[in-house]
Design a protein around this ligand. Structure first.
Ligand code: MLT
Length: 278
């Protein structure tokens, strides 16, 4: 999948060295308003393949493998959402890009809220796909820590079995088995240390729902109508709490709407960019 994305964009991924010593594997191509993509858990930049292909025609697109994922380095300890947001700010420093539209899916959305909090001057817009602003309940957080231990001991299989059935709409499972198989493969290839570190980081993440009404950056919140992890109804409520946000629901898509329904997602993103981001 990686190779196909790179070939379609006529660019190759490269390792970018950050000031904190990390090297992040990053795709960077196209020209125009810069769009920074942050992938979901436990995936890599290739989940954005359709957006990178389509949007690079008239935007600069930057998609990194977040710390530990894909071909990127990891650092010891939990992968906190603020630390990942800071990695991405350092990545922009290294690429000499002052401002971006930040597009994050699920865990990438948790990182986007932290990017808004810590690097607001770098943000021209927010695109949040299939994500939440609330923190984990204590029970969910405990479950993540238990899963982190299991993954360290047993490998990624228990996580894949628990998570894969919840990632897609019924239609995607029926009609796009290759998409499901590719995501299973990506999950199975993800380093177990990165999975565990991100589970710990997500379990500890802050509740940002009470901050939504202060996020006055132009925002698009986009949800698969059949998403059972980040329900569309919750995202609609989040968008209505934000001063300058629009909400778009994608029919017959689940938690990975950008992969399941790329045409519809790309249309929503392009309309938002054309109308709201100058
Ligand atoms: C993701 O897709 O990034 C995960 O579903 C996030 C989460 O587990 O909360």
């Amino acid at each position: 999948m990686d190779f196909e994305v790179e070939r379609a964009m006529s660019i190759s991924g490269k390792a970018i060295q950050l000031d904190n010593g990390l090297r992040l594997h990053t795709l960077d191509g196209g020209s125009g308003t810069p769009l920074l993509f942050a992938h979901g858990f436990p995936l890599d930049h290739s989940m954005w393949r359709h957006q990178l292909e389509a949007l690079a025609l008239d935007h600069r697109v930057i998609a990194a493998d977040l710390r530990g994922f894909g071909k990127s380095d990891s650092l010891p300890g939990p992968a906190s959402m603020p630390a990942i947001a800071d990695d991405l700010a350092m990545l922009l420093d290294a690429l000499q890009i002052p401002q971006v539209v930040f597009c994050g899916l699920s865990m990438g959305g948790y990182v986007a809220w932290q990017f808004w909090e810590r690097h607001p001057e770098r943000l021209r817009g927010l695109i949040i796909c299939d994500s939440r602003a609330a923190a984990d309940s204590p029970e969910t957080a405990r479950g993540r820590l238990i899963m982190a231990e299991r993954v360290r001991l047993e490998g990624a299989a228990p996580l894949i079995e628990a998570m894969l059935p919840r990632l897609f709409s019924a239609q995607t499972f029926q009609q796009q088995p290759a998409v499901v198989a590719a995501i299973r493969q990506t999950m199975a290839g993800t380093k177990t240390g990165a999975i565990a570190a991100a589970l710990e980081g997500m379990a500890a993440r802050a509740d940002m729902s009470w901050r939504l009404n202060t996020m006055d950056v132009p925002a698009l919140l986009l949800a698969g109508e059949d998403d059972v992890i980040s329900p569309a109804s919750e995202m609609r409520t989040m968008a209505s709490a934000m001063p300058d946000a629009r909400f778009v629901a994608i029919p017959n898509a689940g938690h990975l709407a950008p992969l399941e329904k790329p045409v519809e997602v790309n249309r929503a993103i392009l309309e938002f960019l054309q109308e709201r981001v100058t």
